[in-house]
Design a protein around this ligand. Structure first.
Ligand code: ZN
Length: 379
């Protein structure tokens, strides 16, 4: 009959191992949770694999296991094992954000945990590395000051009770790390998408591992859904520039609300992400607009007037002359001269040491938590 060798907490759950029997046709796994009187059959294993991982265990409870052998016509008696173990729950709600302290991770408390280990992976093909430990006294916060700035970084966290008892990894969360101590600029493009211009801008951003914020017009989103998907996949931010581009200060509250919510839904549909920011057409903001737009509002600190002169060289010189750390630079991905200007301005700004980041990334890195009803024009 099978004899249990060990019951251990692993990242996936409780792992039960037993001595392999000679030629069984399979095993039956029984479990009894703390406080229960009877063992319950939880798994039937075909063939001769003498191990099973019980993933349906909950935090902090003790469990016992018994294994039965099925051999041909008969079933052998239980071979009991008094071994019990505990399991720590998986960390939930891991949120990663850029901050003045580097990359900040926050998560929810796990009951019974003595501490947490923090893991990071750089790039889609990177390898996971343990980068730190947080004792419960330190709360559920970790500041990563060693992140690879400018890269896409993934994070995961798991709770532990001892060196042998720990929970499963949390869901991965990722972000593009922004160095809070290096200058940064947020390029913004309004009124798109328009594939012939938008794609050239995205090509350039991709080549220079940079990002921008696109304040899109909702009525164009279905037509240029591929642009939205690509913007999202490159880590760009997609913000709301209303559905039909009215001057919001002249609209009724109900119209303002509808212009925003319709566009929110379309952006979510193609990007998978919730909208965080709104740009009002023409930058026209009043108390009525602040009250009826459910997101923080963003205007600009540098207006290139690209929509007016439609001359690439003028857009480029305006950026070269006026860029500064924390600038929000306004352009429109509706015009080919703006695409041409971007092909020159993006490598120029990168060569001058600017990180090209999204508006949300810049606000986070500068320690600004944007609030509904407020208007932001720089980071
Ligand atoms: Zn506009």
């Amino acid at each position: 009959s099978p004899v249990i060798k060990s019951v251990k907490s692993t990242a996936e759950g409780l792992s039960v191992k037993w001595k392999r029997c000679t030629v069984p046709t399979g095993y039956l796994v029984y479990r009894k949770a703390e406080g229960e009187k009877e063992y319950t059959l939880i798994a039937t294993i075909k063939g001769n694999t003498p191990k099973y991982t019980d993933k349906k265990v909950s935090s902090g409870k003790k469990y016992s296991y018994k294994i039965k052998q099925i051999s041909g016509e008969y079933t052998s008696a239980y071979k009991e094992k008094g071994t019990t173990s505990t399991f720590i729950a998986t960390v939930k709600n891991l949120i990663v954000s850029n901050s003045p302290k580097g990359v900040t991770l926050n998560w929810k408390v796990v009951k019974g945990a003595k501490g947490y280990s923090v893991w990071r992976k750089t790039g889609d093909k990177g390898k996971w590395k343990k980068i730190g430990t947080v004792k419960t006294k330190g709360g559920c916060v970790y500041n990563d000051k060693t992140t690879a700035y400018g890269k896409k970084n993934y994070y995961r966290v798991r709770a532990w009770k001892s060196s042998k008892v720990y929970g499963a990894y949390s869901k991965e969360a990722f972000l593009y790390s922004v160095n809070p101590n290096k200058p940064m600029v947020a390029l913004t493009y309004d009124d798109g998408p328009y594939a012939p211009a938008t794609n050239r801008i995205l090509d350039t951003l991709e080549k220079y591992e940079s990002r921008a914020t696109f304040f899109v017009v909702g009525s164009r989103v279905d037509t240029y859904a591929d642009c939205i998907r690509r913007e999202a996949s490159l880590g760009c931010e997609i913000a709301n520039h209303t559905f039909s581009h009215p001057i919001l200060t002249t609209c009724e509250p109900e119209v303002i609300k509808e212009e925003i919510s319709k566009t929110d839904k379309l952006i979510k549909k193609y990007s998978g992400k919730d909208v965080r920011l709104v740009g009002a057409p023409g930058g026209a903001v009043s108390d009525k607009v602040r009250e009826n737009v459910k997101h923080p509002l963003v205007n600009w600190s540098v207006d290139t007037l690209d929509w007016d002169h439609r001359t690439a060289s003028k857009t480029v010189s305006s950026i070269k002359a006026r860029a500064f750390d924390g600038a929000i630079i306004l352009m429109h991905d509706l015009y080919l001269p703006t695409a041409a200007a971007s092909e020159e301005a993006i490598p120029y700004l990168v060569s001058k040491g600017y990180q090209l980041v999204t508006v949300s990334e810049m606000l986070e890195a500068k320690g600004i938590v944007p609030q509904k009803g407020n208007l932001y024009t720089r980071g």
